[in-house]
Design a protein around this ligand. Structure first.
Ligand code: HEC
Length: 208
């Protein structure tokens, strides 16, 4: 009896040692050639339009290589590159119509192969964020945005920062899980303004 318990403990200790020994290797850099080959194999019979979606840009390649935890120098390169492609509104205004913004935040339409590209696409913000006290259906991958404008005292420079965040999340947080909605042409300038108004209008459900 004693002996078998010892055997179990010993086996456990070996397993733990093996696991600890494995851990650093598991967290090492990802080999891009392997991931690309695997992705191409999975989608080999997919229509050309789908195949175009799995081609990574420099930022996505860097994020894959470092499993979304880039070392500081790489993170710096990513945010520098992404900041350069943010296009600010020519009229210098960042606030649109919050009611349209709320509809866009609720809608996840667009980007799926069954979606009509001529229809208005949504921002899908509620999929990852809480934005109003009334809406009970929201995701929690991103932080709650309740009272986002109120907390920031509706400061214009914070509305501008929110515009940049929505336009290109990676310019602010390298390897963010948040989509680059302006950069990817998923949302237009006016639509981003409408969503910024949702965050920064005192009358919107975000701040009520
Ligand atoms: C797929 C999930 C996802 C979607 C969709 C998404 N976000 Fe995010 N968002 C995140 C995550 C994760 C973070 C935290 C990391 C970061 O800052 O990038 C974040 C951060 C933010 C921040 C910064 C919060 C802070 O602490 O200041 C804002 C503002 C924001 N999101 C707004 C939006 C808006 C508006 C939309 C819709 C247009 C949206 N997000 C869509 C995942 C998402």
């Amino acid at each position: 009896m004693k002996k078998s318990w010892f055997a179990v403990l010993a086996a456990g200790a070996i397993a733990i040692t093996a696991y600890v020994g494995e851990a650093p290797a598991q967290q090492g850099k990802v080999d891009l050639a392997t991931t690309t080959k695997t992705m191409n194999a999975i989608f080999s019979k997919a229509p050309e339009a789908w195949k175009a979606k799995i081609v990574q840009d420099e930022t996505q390649k860097a994020c894959t290589t470092y499993r979304n935890s880039p070392p500081p120098a790489v993170a710096e390169q990513i945010s520098e590159r992404e900041k350069k492609n943010v296009v600010l509104p020519a009229d210098g205004k960042f606030l649109g119509d919050w009611k349209t913004g709320e509809r866009l935040a609720q809608s996840g339409y667009g980007g799926r192969h069954t979606d009509d590209p001529k229809r208005v696409m949504g921002g899908n913000c509620y999929a990852c964020h809480q934005l109003s006290k009334k809406e009970v259906s929201f995701g929690t991958m991103g932080p709650s945005l309740l009272e986002y404008g109120k907390i920031r005292k509706y400061k214009p420079e914070d509305a501008k920062a929110a515009y940049i965040k929505i336009y290109n999340a990676q310019a602010v947080f390298p390897c963010s899980n948040m989509p680059r909605l302006g950069h990817n042409k998923h949302l237009t300038e006016q639509q981003i303004k409408d969503i910024v108004a949702l965050l920064f209008d005192p009358e919107s459900p975000v701040n009520k």
